[in-house]
Each structure stands twice: as structure tokens, then as C-alpha cells.
Design a protein around this ligand. Structure first.
Ligand SMILES: [Zn+2]
Ligand SMILES: [Zn+2]
Length: 193
């Protein structure tokens, strides 16, 4: 595993700026990897990890940088829950740990560095200094990962009976005896104009 400062530099580069979220995300991901005993996420352990993120904020980018888990590799899963938390799944052992940033960490940052006016600067420094226990709550969990959720899964491709678009990875919906895509089944996030 790289050092905290090396990961932070990588995260800054990937994210476009350095911010409290990068510090928090790097620490959160490093803690997850440590707990699972994964020390080479970009090398020999690169196929061992699947990561669920629960927020689409700055820290999410840092988690992706440290773990090497990316959406395009099916190794990064997004659950839009608005929570500063991530779950790290070791697919070689089935072990999984969910780590959440404590809500109290912001207040603690204020206490530690009242002299710093900028909240971002204050948290950036405090989140470096605080202990894992002050920053995070962690919990061992079990994550059910069906075969189609694994990176590298290859399955048959199905065509939606309504719109004719192709569907991968068992994401089709069976409704009223028809095979439909998510959109045609009613789960659309857009409205055709
Ligand atoms: Zn940021
Ligand atoms: Zn369709």
C-alpha cells in the first residue's frame, strides 16, 4: 500500500483539487483495506475488491483512487443514500466491512482548530490528525453478491421487447410475460420529449 501522502496526491490529481473530502476519502479507504488485509489494491490484489459507495461527493473520488475500484470495471457500486460511507468487500474471502464517517467529526474539527476560519482548511488539517476512532465507525457486514455483480462477469445479452435496445448483466425486467429494459418497465429517470 502507498503512504497516506502518496494517495492524497493521487486523489488530488484525479479529483482536480485538494479538499477535506479527499483527506476523508483517502483515510476511509485506507482503513477499509487495512481491515481486510488488502495491501496491494492496484497490483496483486486488484481483483479481490468490490467497493460500494453511498454518496457522490468529493470523498467518493478518493475512495476510487485508493481502492482502484472503478465503475467501468464493475468494481465500484453506487448506492445514492447521501451518506459518507463505503463498504469494502473482499470477494476472495467474502469478508466485508462498512465504514462510515462520524457525524461528530465536523464538530471535533472545529474544536481542534478554532483558529482556522475556512471550514475546508480546518477539516483538511483535523481529518489528517484525528484518530480512526474519532473519524469513523466500522462494522463487519455480509454482502450478497450474485455472479452478475462481479467484475468480469459475462452473460448473455438480451434485447428489450419494447424499445429494441440491448441489455447486459441481467438488468432486464420481466413484466406481463415480456422482457423489458428498466426504462420501458417504468423505472425511467428521463421523460422523452
Ligand atoms: Zn473536492
Ligand atoms: Zn426498452
Amino acid at each position: 500500500m502507498k503512504s497516506f501522502d502518496e494517495y492524497l496526491r493521487d486523489a488530488e490529481q484525479a479529483h482536480g483539487h485538494l479538499c477535506a473530502g479527499q483527506v476523508l476519502g483517502v483515510r476511509l479507504a485506507m482503513l477499509g483495506l487495512q481491515k481486510l488485509g488488502i495491501d496491494d489494491p492496484h497490483g496483486k490484489d486488484r481483483k479481490r475488491l468490490v467497493t460500494f459507495v453511498e454518496i457522490d461527493r468529493c470523498a467518493t473520488d478518493a475512495v476510487a483512487v485508493v481502492t482502484g475500484c472503478r465503475l467501468g470495471k464493475r468494481a465500484l457500486k453506487f448506492r445514492d443514500w447521501g451518506k459518507m460511507a463505503a463498504t469494502f468487500v473482499d470477494v476472495s474471502t467474502g469478508k466485508a466491512i462498512r465504514i462510515a464517517a462520524k457525524e461528530s467529526s465536523k464538530a471535533l474539527a472545529r474544536q481542534l482548530h478554532p483558529e482556522i476560519e475556512s471550514k475546508n482548511q480546518q477539516q483538511m488539517l483535523a481529518y489528517r490528525e484525528m484518530s480512526d476512532d474519532d473519524l469513523f465507525a466500522s462494522q463487519w457486514v455480509r454482502v450478497e453478491l450474485p455472479p452478475e455483480e462481479f467484475p468480469g462477469y459475462k452473460g448473455e445479452r438480451i434485447v428489450c421487447e419494447q424499445c429494441g435496445e440491448g441489455i447486459n448483466f441481467r438488468r432486464e425486467v420481466r413484466k406481463g410475460g415480456r422482457v423489458l429494459c428498466q426504462a420501458c418497465s417504468g423505472a425511467r429517470y428521463y421523460e422523452p420529449l
